[in-house]
Design a protein around this ligand. Structure first.
Ligand code: G6Q
Length: 543
């Protein structure tokens, strides 16, 4: 089993000491010392490369980090996850999303039961449904085929499918439109339905519990919209559900055969591989969805079997820990150089911040080191013209992941060359920076007067030495997206094990939900002056 407090281990102390020894070393120096640094500090899994060479990490750093991983028993925890043990201790559940993409034939058991027959049964149900809808055999109440799909869900029942359908846009059914409605703000539903034709619209209500306030409110409003335009009897032809609570979905008016099930061993933010991925499967077709699962499965197999020093999720987790706890990074930017990955940072925000944004260890004691950082991001090159300024010259230390697909499907190859040049240039700029002397020399070479150049030199200098990883995919297709997302999942898990926290619960989101109920019922408003004052203004402004 893992140690309770990782910061009290000899390996942690050795890393602290090692960090001091590197105090005067810059990342760029490491490239001068080792002409083969890229080969030594990058890992590959087919057409998937993870380059961590632009980090302040030496062979000794990696040796010490791997020692730490052994002490924390990362491999043991990984094996317990793959064995279906109840590693989600506070909810007493297995963490078994890896079974959902087990495209091999081996059984996978939870509590002594092979879950694969049930998983395959839902795959068959999904496959039949997806084919019917895509080929126009599923008819709405007036006999129309389905052209618009509206997924209603929130959090884990929204972010994965919304991210993946956008990421895989070139692979989606060309004559169908997909909307994802999550926010309880009616504006979100309104925007989705503004141009929708009820006769050809299908709603997928996605909720593991079928009790989530936002989802039920949106689903009820959508049902009202549909029945007002068609008829109350139209509901079964226009609503299906994805839920672990079949009875509750049936009570809503959804035929039990149109409820796609999943299980309590699937955590919300790890659920896009389950029936929660139904909109992805409708968009891509069943084979495309299977490719997504196969890509994730390939990463699972790699995580499970690759030796520690060649293991991509383990290495990525260790490098993140090094940046967060030893190099004191303040934040973490995920920067996809792919417009279609625009929702990836939001997806990863939930994955990483809900999983590892915690201060209590598994043993109930407080953690003694920094845990999950603030994660943010936007596609490059847009981010370059917005927040990269702070990453280059701000006082906050941000470590970055740059992501690019080598082959492009946009049909604009010249633009892909520009995109690629920017992807490569940004991590280079972060590493090298520019000294005031270099800035001065540049300005003087451009014939600027010495006084003006001197005044501007510090403004135009960059610290450099900012760490980053680069991830290069062969192509942004279902298979590679599966690998990419599974990589981030396992890296998040590795970090949780190292910090000694449970990455699979989310008690921190409960309090706000409770207070919203109190406020809705009126009892919570007078609890503090600010709330009471705001509510009084709100009421006054209704008139
Ligand atoms: C994720 C969380 C959370 C959850 C939503 C939706 O890990 O559990 O984001 O997915 O609260 O819950 P339901 O699917 O039950 O509506």
């Amino acid at each position: 089993m893992s140690v309770a407090d990782i910061t009290r281990t000899a390996e942690w102390t050795a890393l602290k000491r090692h960090r001091q020894a590197l105090a005067k070393t810059r990342i760029a120096d490491l490239f001068k010392e080792d002409a083969q640094r890229f080969q030594h500090f990058s890992l590959q899994l087919d057409e998937f490369a993870f380059d961590f060479s632009k980090n302040l990490a030496t062979t000794e750093t990696m040796r010490l980090l791997h020692e730490l991983a052994r002490t924390a028993d990362v491999a043991g925890w990984r094996d317990r996850m793959f064995a279906g043990e109840h590693i989600n201790s506070t909810e007493d559940r297995a963490v078994y999303h890896v079974a959902l993409r087990n495209v091999g034939r081996e059984p996978m058991t939870v509590d002594g039961k092979d879950v694969m027959p049930d998983v395959r049964k839902v795959w068959e149900q999904m496959r039949a449904f997806v084919t019917n809808v895509r080929e126009g055999h599923w008819h709405g109440a007036t006999g129309e085929r389905i052209r618009t799909v509206v997924n209603i869900g929130i959090g884990g029942s929204d972010l994965g499918p919304a991210m993946a359908v956008q990421a895989l846009r070139p692979f989606c059914h060309p004559e169908m439109t997909f909307h994802f409605v999550s926010n309880v703000d009616g504006a979100h539903l309104h925007a989705a339905l503004a141009h929708a034709d009820p006769a050809s619209t299908l709603f997928i209500v996605s909720s593991k519990t079928f009790t989530t306030q936002e989802t039920l409110a949106n689903a009820t409003a959508a049902r009202g919209w549909l029945t007002a335009r068609l008829s109350p009897g139209a509901v079964p032809k226009h609503f299906v559900a994805v839920s672990a609570a079949v009875d509750k979905a049936s009570a809503f008016g959804i035929a039990p055969e149109n409820v796609f099930g999943f299980w309590d061993w699937v955590g919300g933010r790890y659920s896009m591989w389950s029936a929660i991925g139904l909109p992805i499967a409708v968009a891509l077709g069943w084979e495309g969805f299977e490719r997504l699962l196969a890509g994730a499965h390939a990463m699972d197999q790699h995580f499970k079997t690759a030796p520690a020093e060649r293991n991509i999720p383990l290495t990525m987790g260790l490098i993140a820990l090094w940046n967060i706890d030893f190099l004191e990074a303040d934040a973490y930017a995920v920067l996809p150089y792919a417009q279609d990955l625009a929702r990836l940072p939001a997806y990863l925000q939930q994955l990483e911040m809900e999983s590892n944004g915690k201060t209590t260890r598994r043993d109930g004691k407080p953690v003694k080191c920094a845990t999950g950082p603030v994660l943010f991001g936007e596609p490059g090159t847009n981010g370059q013209h917005a927040f990269y300024q702070l990453i280059h010259q701000g006082t906050q230390r941000v470590f970055c992941d740059f992501i690019l697909a080598a082959r492009d499907r946009s049909g604009y190859p010249d633009q892909h060359l520009l995109l690629t040049a920017n992807f490569l240039a940004q991590s280079q700029a972060l590493m090298f920076g520019k000294s005031a002397a270099e800035a001065m020399a540049e300005m003087r070479a451009a014939k600027m007067k010495a006084g003006k150049a001197r005044a501007l030199a510090t403004h135009r200098s960059f610290f450099g030495d900012r760490p980053s990883n680069s991830i290069l995919l062969g192509e942004l297709d279902p298979y590679h997206l599966g690998k990419l997302v599974a990589l981030y999942e396992h890296k998040t898990f590795v970090l949780g094990v190292l910090w000694g926290i449970n990455s699979f619960d989310q008690w921190g989101v409960e309090l706000g939900k409770q207070l919203a109920s109190d406020i809705l019922s009126g009892s919570g408003v007078a609890r503090d002056g600010s709330t009471a004052g705001l509510k009084a203004l709100y009421d006054a402004w209704q008139r």
